[in-house]
Design a protein around this ligand. Structure first.
Ligand code: BGC
Length: 739
């Protein structure tokens, strides 16, 4: 619609019509949608029930027929015929569920990540969704927090690249209108929701401004630069102010400094929760503070609906309301909803999902995101006909390997299980399956899902029997493939933990199997880094498969037999002990480092009961091949720092490789991390191939902020480190162009 027409429509709206546009509710109001409620669902407390056909948006109805009917009813029953906006928690796939984001990011194959986002967008579009609530861009350094699975991890560079590419995949080329097969991206949760104290869900966040500007805000800013259309606020307090009512954060930083002019949506019930925080005295005050902070959509509370009629009598608030509604209408217009209210729903191929192409991309992304943490001799598995493999552990047959957020639109029945994948590679008689242990203690927490769950997952069995059965099978085998880890409900929203070790029954099984002295290949299914210190040494090989999505079984097996080569690197540190948390790569220096000789051994920065090192560091990840790399030169030129290194595949097999370039300590006005990732590449090398790699780093990559948010670029000597799976090579250069 032309802007002039949109303005005319806007001017025809009464204050009540405008307020209605700022309301976002879940689809339960219209249909039995099976929406997952993460907060108070019923009795929202509308003083005057709004006309639901006039509200701005609903979310998490993922059925195209239902959406078609809802939009039809809206157009027939609303006075201004403003189409309803459909949002949804499509976090890593609509029906083609890809590996969870923490896994995807470790692939460092950003082209593939973008392709996966394009597929998610297309499937969402063809099912009537307009906005997806992702990517989640909260930097995470505490694995106790269950939502780390949704994030690209602990690192700024990785998260920024992930942000840009996922937004581009969802939204397509920047244009005045969002093209067909694309959806608008709603990044979340602004800001710093990934750093709750103690790793406890919904808990407060305390961060210095320099850490905010240099690290936590960076991925969101990258997404804004990539033109994301929406941002979601966060539940947490940030330095004493709730994000949803934080004017400085949402107006001064997000809108003014970053230049965001899209729609800001509150998180679920977060406006009302300003009262629970004690930040607002009542609902009226909460609505006032959220509107002042620039929140356009009130998700799942009645605060705007109840309070704005009175507030908007004041000219200043009427103007703020106008701004919010105008932004919402612009978004609807960018989606083309005034011309095509049934956007996506009228395509002849409506509902098209899980195509062969989508499955192919999903399989590749599994291959690229499983991290080989350890490998002595067992992998890749031989495919000789006389070899017998004991496949132990409940994940082999489990369909519940999609991860927490996939339950919104994904289907467990779509999963190609590990067992199915193994049967594609090995003969039935070579594989000896046993369940090992019950992944769930009972199914009571599944409510209405219980029936389907039990059917797909099997009955709960006696643990002693399962252990004995596994040992019997293992005795008959040459190699043991053991699946261990978390069940999918142990991560995601509302799943904080203090104990990150495997359950006792899994540890016992590992130790008992180890007594048989056969090589054990561990497959670790998890939504977060776990503490594996007690069990790591029992494995010959350990492949971290995360929650791998619908094509998990095939992708994992391609890696196991060497048809694909492991190349992923951890984007989040695995601690040796929970007491080391937060432990992450980009740490700053201490005046008293361990190993320094200025102080006695006692008075240095260390633990007296644990080492300072993690079990698996950020960047860990092995290959089946061996590489060697050396710098050829690093030089400052007019357009940036020109870098060149040579890499050689020294093995007889073709392999993907993911070199990482770190910036080591450098001159600055404040203390910067001793080591931070600044670039990565990802490519295939043939057996024995040598390759010269060149790339340019922009000078802005070396800039940083102080606690007032002032930007610096300091000249001096900088050191770049080329890291090839633990082999390190350093090169120092002088940056002249500092400010
Ligand atoms: C979560 C968001 C999610 C929203 C809607 C909230 O509880 O924090 O990430 O998008 O619910 O389901």
């Amino acid at each position: 619609m032309e802007e002039q027409k949109l303005r005319e429509l806007f001017h025809r709206l009464s204050v009540h019509d405008k307020i209605a546009q700022t309301i976002q509710l879940n689809g339960d109001l219209f249909v039995e949608s099976g929406v997952m409620n993460t907060g108070p669902a019923k009795d929202l407390g509308f003083q005057k029930e709004p006309n639901f056909y006039e509200i701005g948006s609903i979310y998490n109805v993922n059925d195209h027929q239902k959406l078609y009917q809802i939009q039809k009813d809206v157009l027939e029953n609303s006075s201004h015929k403003i189409p309803l906006l459909f949002m949804s928690d499509i976090v890593y796939g609509f029906r083609t569920i890809f590996p969870m984001p923490l896994a995807q990011a470790g692939s460092y194959d950003f082209d593939l990540i973008q392709q996966a986002a394009e597929i998610s967008a297309k499937e969402s579009y063809l099912n009537g969704i307009h906005v997806v609530f992702s990517p989640m861009l909260d930097l995470v350094r505490d694995p106790r927090w269950g939502r780390v699975m949704e994030s690209p991890g602990e690192d700024v560079y990785t998260s920024k690249e992930f942000a840009k590419r996922v937004v581009a995949g969802y939204q397509g080329e920047k244009a005045d209108y969002l093209q067909e097969n694309h959806v608008a991206a709603c990044i979340k949760h602004f800001a710093a929701y990934g750093a709750p104290e103690g790793g406890r869900e919904y808990q407060q966040v305390e961060l210095s401004n320099q850490k905010l500007f240099n690290e936590y805000l960076q991925p969101y800013e990258a997404a804004v630069e990539a033109n994301c259309e929406l941002v979601m606020t966060a539940f947490n307090l940030l330095n004493g102010v709730p994000s949803t009512g934080n004017k400085w954060l949402n107006r001064d930083i997000l809108r003014e400094r970053f230049g965001f002019n899209g729609v800001l949506v509150s998180d679920y019930a977060a406006v009302q929760e300003l009262v629970s925080h004690g930040f607002a005295k009542d609902e009226q005050d909460a609505a006032k503070k959220a509107l002042e902070a620039g929140v356009d959509f009130d998700m799942m509370t009645a605060a705007y609906a109840n309070a704005l009629p009175e507030l908007a009598k004041d000219q200043a608030f009427a103007e703020l309301l106008d701004e919010a509604v105008w932004r919402i209408l612009i978004l609807k217009n960018k989606l083309g909803l005034f011309e095509q209210p049934f956007r996506g729903l009228t395509e002849p191929n409506t509902g098209e999902v899980l195509t062969d192409e989508a499955k192919e991309v999903a399989t590749k992304l599994v291959e690229k995101s499983c991290v080989l943490l350890k490998n002595e001799t067992a992998l890749p598995l031989k495919k000789t006909k006389d070899q017998r493999i004991a496949v132990i552990g409940p994940y082999a047959e489990s369909h519940f390997t999609l991860g927490f957020w996939a339950s919104v639109s994904g289907r467990s029945s779509d999963v190609l299980t590990l067992k199915a994948g193994l049967l594609e590679q090995f003969g039935q008689d070579q594989l000896l399956f046993s369940r090992g242990f019950n992944l769930y203690e009972d199914y009571s927490s599944f409510g209405p899902l219980k029936a389907g769950f039990e059917q797909l997952n099997g009955p709960i069995e006696d643990e002693e029997f399962l252990l004995e059965q596994s040992l019997e099978q293992a005795k008959k085998a040459d190699v043991i493939l053991l699946t261990i880890g978390e069940n999918f409900l142990e991560s995601g929203e509302g799943a904080s933990k203090t104990n990150l070790r495997l359950p006792e029954k899994q540890i016992r099984l590992i130790k008992k199997l180890a007594e048989l002295k056969k090589p054990i290949v561990g497959l670790l299914y998890t939504g977060r880094p776990l503490v594996l210190t007690e069990v790591e040494s029992y494995f010959d090989s350990l492949l971290l498969v995360w929650f791998p999505g619908v094509m998990g079984g095939r992708g994992i097996c391609n890696l196991l037999v060497g048809e694909a080569s492991p190349s992923a690197r951890l984007t989040m540190t695995f601690p040796r002990s929970e007491g080391q948390i937060p432990i992450y790569s980009a740490q700053t220096s201490t005046g008293r480092p361990l190993g320094g000789n200025a102080h006695s051994e006692r008075f240095v920065s260390k633990y007296i009961d644990e080492t300072n090192e993690p079990l698996f560091s950020f960047g860990a990840g092995k290959s089946y091949a061996d590489f060697e790399g050396t710098w050829q030169g690093v030089e400052e030129k007019a357009d940036g720092i020109h870098c060149c290194y040579e890499i050689a595949n020294q093995s007889e097999r073709e392999a993907w490789v993911t070199p990482q370039i770190y910036l080591l300590n450098h001159p600055a006005e404040i203390v910067r991390p001793m080591k931070r990732l600044i670039a990565t590449q990802h490519f295939l090398l043939a057996a024995k191939e040598r390759k010269v790699v060149t790339f340019t780093l922009l000078e802005e990559e070396f800039a940083y902020f102080d606690n007032e948010g002032v930007r610096y670029l300091t000249s001096g000597n900088y050191t770049l480190q080329l890291d090839l799976l633990g082999i390190k090579n350093n090169q120092t250069f002088h940056l002249v162009k500092g400010e």
